[in-house]
Ligand binder design. Structure first.
Ligand SMILES: [Zn+2]
Length: 232
C-alpha cells in the first residue's frame, strides 16, 4: 500500500501536534507559527509611538538616531524568551519572518520608520553562522522588508574581526575594540539613505552602537534601529 505524503503529514500532525513556540499550546488549524493568543498578547513595547523611549535614550549623546524600536519586552522565563530560543537554536527561521511582518506593520504606520530605504542586519560571527546556518537578524530584516517599502542589504556591514578573543579585556578596551569589529564595505550604496539597522535583542546596545558609529561615517546617511526584543 502506498501512503500519500499529505496523508502521512496529517497523520504525523495528529500524533505530534505542532506547538506554539511561545506558550507551548497546540496550534489549531489555520494558526501559523504562533497561536492566536500569543499573536495578540505578547508584550508589545509600542516604542514606535514614543520617540523618547528607553532604547532611544540609551543612544542619546552617543549616536544620532532618527528612531529606535523594539517589538517586545523580553523577560527571563517569559514567552518571548521561549520564542527567541526556538528562533535562534531550533532552526525556526519562520519565527523571524513572522515577527518581522508584525513589526513591519507597526513601523509602516510611523512617520519616522516608514521612510526607511535600506534594512541592514547586524552580521553574525562567521563561526556562529556556520553552526546555525542562518543569521537570525537577516530573517527579521526579510520579514520587515515585506511590510515596508525597503530592501535588505545583507553583506554591506561586515565583521572584520572576531570579538570572541576579547573576553579577558577590560570593559573599556573591549568597547574600543568593538568599534573596529565592524566595517562598511560599499559606503556609496548607502549615501543619503535612511538605513534601519536590525538585531534580535537589545540589552546594553554596545553592538548596535559600534555598528551605528561605522554606518554614520557614510555621507548623508540617516539611521534608525529596530530589534525584536528589549531586555532590561
Ligand atoms: Zn502561544
Amino acid at each position: 500500500m502506498k501512503i500519500s505524503q499529505t496523508y502521512l503529514a496529517d497523520f504525523v500532525g495528529l500524533l505530534f501536534p505542532q506547538l506554539c513556540p511561545a506558550c507551548g499550546a497546540s496550534l489549531m488549524a489555520g494558526e501559523e507559527v504562533i497561536c492566536t493568543d500569543c499573536r495578540f498578547t505578547l508584550p508589545f513595547t509600542n516604542f514606535h509611538l514614543q520617540p523618547d523611549n528607553i532604547v532611544a535614550r540609551q543612544f542619546w549623546g552617543k549616536v544620532e538616531l532618527q528612531g529606535a524600536y523594539a517589538l517586545y519586552y523580553f523577560a527571563k522565563g517569559g514567552k518571548v524568551q521561549n520564542l527567541m530560543h526556538h528562533f535562534k537554536y531550533k532552526g525556526m527561521q519562520e519565527i523571524g519572518i513572522l515577527l518581522g511582518n508584525i513589526a513591519g506593520e507597526q513601523l509602516a504606520k510611523s512617520d519616522i520608520f516608514s521612510s526607511v530605504d535600506i534594512i541592514i542586519p547586524v552580521p553574525l560571527h562567521k563561526k556562529r553562522l556556520k553552526e546555525r546556518g542562518y543569521n537570525q537578524s537577516t530573517c527579521f530584516a526579510d520579514g520587515l522588508a515585506q511590510r515596508l517599502t525597503a530592501v535588505v542589504d545583507d553583506g554591506n556591514l561586515v565583521r572584520v574581526k572576531s570579538t570572541e578573543t576579547q573576553t579577558h579585556k577590560s570593559r573599556f578596551s573591549r568597547f574600543e575594540n568593538m568599534q573596529e569589529v565592524f566595517a562598511v564595505s560599499d559606503p556609496e550604496k548607502l549615501n543619503g539613505k535612511h538605513v534601519l539597522l536590525v538585531d534580535d535583542v537589545v540589552t546594553t546596545g554596545s553592538t548596535l552602537e559600534a555598528c551605528s558609529l561605522q554606518l554614520l561615517k557614510v555621507d548623508g546617511l540617516k539611521l534608525s534601529i529596530a530589534t525584536i526584543a528589549y531586555a532590561e
